[in-house]
Write a protein that binds this ligand. Structure first.
Ligand code: ADP
Length: 462
């Protein structure tokens, strides 16, 4: 099938989180499964790699037309088209007050850009709120290239928390959509809500794990859209993300002091020693690692609240992350108060992340919600057992007391209970058997690509 895959970020060219990883890996897996894929993404100032500029197209936008540049690239059988405009010439990908208007322009440009590179899709796959306007545009938009009106859409939710909310009338004007859409799924309590619009208008809706697909239909996890999702649950399903097993492979990871595998774990011991040496940790204690954005979602405050008892259980703690100031400060203080037992590196450090995944014994992932989660899968592949909250993709990828540890309640007591279970197992021979089981676990993109292929066929009506 010809799949037009639209994402606001795509690894290795741009990335702020899990969406970038998915947009980097899934199209490759789709091509291997026999699909033809064009990925369309913004041409950011910070884009890594240089697309070839092939010309401009006129995107219907803001009551008229806007000229956007088209850049192309090809990588491992996947074609990429980047949408260039001064609105994407900024220091960061997002986080600006005019984000909705910027991504309305992006979404509106996608059909024209695809036409420019000669790609008329069988199905359009939009991801998260930034491209969530596409299902509406393809159903009701004016000035669409031939072959685009009414194309079926699949919409994937990577994080329901961010919905793209804006003023209804202005948004329809930017998108050049008819005002009749004021009374459509785009309207959420009087505002334009991109996420709800796509959930309503797409033929099929997916999210990144079966567990999250079920949770977002409940008020606790639905961020105000649980009612819509319950109503439309007939077209909603969860497909677990895969892991890029070439990037995340302890047997060939250049960031580690020595390679290792389930057959020979000596390299893991060397990684552990390197980690202890770097942070002057006492060698006798098991190491609990954290590699995470420091935001409320990730439950890092639970680690801080439970810290004295975690240290009492015998753990050392190594944290790598950046995010909200109160969590950064709390971690800095914890490291200052417990030298030799707690280390905190505030910032983004790809190399250190690899060393922590390899050198730690366990990884704490106490998320309040987790659509899929990559870090627990990476940890398992490196023989580091996750201690995680039983939510979303964490619940779907970890089997308690087999290849990790799960707790139910998002509070310090819950985390401490699971950490205590892990600590007991760590003293037993069974721990190594659990490591080997975790390392052998299959997280392949091939399986996910097959599931997406089925969803595309459903959207297409086949
Ligand atoms: P999310 O996408 O919600 O941030 P995921 O677990 O799906 O969470 O993916 C997080 C990815 O970002 C993982 O690859 C993790 O290793 C990486 N990561 C998070 N924080 C850092 C950091 N401070 N330095 C390096 N890598 C990080």
């Amino acid at each position: 099938m010809k799949v037009l895959f639209v994402s606001s970020e795509v690894y290795p060219y741009s990335k702020s989180g899990g969406l970038g990883d998915v947009a980097g890996a899934l199209p490759q897996a789709l091509v291997k499964a026999g699909h033809e894929v064009l990925v369309v993404s913004p041409w950011y100032q910070t884009l890594k790699g240089a697309p070839l500029w092939i010309g401009d197209v006129a995107a219907p936008f803001d009551g008229g037309f806007s000229q956007v540049g088209v850049g192309t690239l090809e990588r491992q059988g996947v074609r990429y088209a980047f949408v260039g405009h001064s609105q994407f010439q900024r220091d960061q990908l997002y986080g600006y007050p005019d984000d909705v208007k910027r991504f309305c322009l992006f979404s509106r440009a996608v059909p024209q850009v695809a036409e420019r590179v000669g790609f008329v899709p069988d199905v359009v796959h939009a991801n998260d709120w930034h491209s969530a306007y596409l299902p509406l545009i393809l159903k009701d938009g004016w000035h669409l290239p031939a072959g685009f009106p009414g194309r079926p859409c699949v919409f994937s939710i990577h994080n329901l928390q961010y919905q793209g909310v804006s003023e209804l009338e202005a948004t329809l004007y930017w998108l050049r959509l008819p005002s009749s859409l004021k009374n459509s799924y785009l309207n959420h309590f009087g505002s334009a809500n991109a996420m709800q619009g796509a959930i309503g208008f797409a033929e099929q809706v997916t999210t990144v794990s079966p567990g999250y697909a079920e949770e977002i239909q409940r008020p606790e996890y639905g961020y105000g859209l649980d009612g819509t999702l319950r109503h439309l649950s007939f077209k909603l399903r969860g497909i677990l993300n895969g892991l890029d097993t070439e990037v995340w492979n302890p047997a060939s990871d250049p960031n580690l002091p020595a390679p290792y595998s389930a057959d020979d774990l000596s390299g893991k011991q060397q990684a552990r020693e390197a980690l202890c040496e770097r942070f002057r940790l006492g060698g006798g204690r098991p190491i609990l690692g954290v590699v995470s954005r420091l935001v409320e979602q990730k439950g890092i405050d639970l680690v801080l609240k439970a810290l004295p008892q975690l240290l009492g259980q015998g753990w050392s703690l190594v944290v790598l992350g950046s995010g909200e100031a109160w969590l950064e400060e709390g971690l800095r203080q914890a490291a200052a108060w417990h030298p030799g037992q707690v280390a905190a590196v505030i910032g983004h450090d790809e190399q250190l992340a690899h060393l922590i995944y390899a050198g730690a014994d366990a990884l704490a992932v106490p998320s309040r919600f987790e659509p899929c989660g990559l870090s627990q899968m990476i940890a398992m592949r490196y023989g580091t057992l996750p201690i995680a909250r039983a939510t979303g993709g964490l619940k779907d990828t970890i089997i308690h007391d087999q290849d990790g540890f799960l707790f139910t309640h998002a509070n310090p007591e819950g985390l401490l209970w699971a950490a205590g279970q892990a600590r007991r197992r760590y003293a037993e021979a069974r721990w190594e058997a659990m490591m080997v089981r975790a390392m052998s676990k299959e997280f392949s993109w091939a399986r996910s690509a097959q599931a997406y292929g089925e969803v595309y066929r459903l959207a297409w009506g086949g």
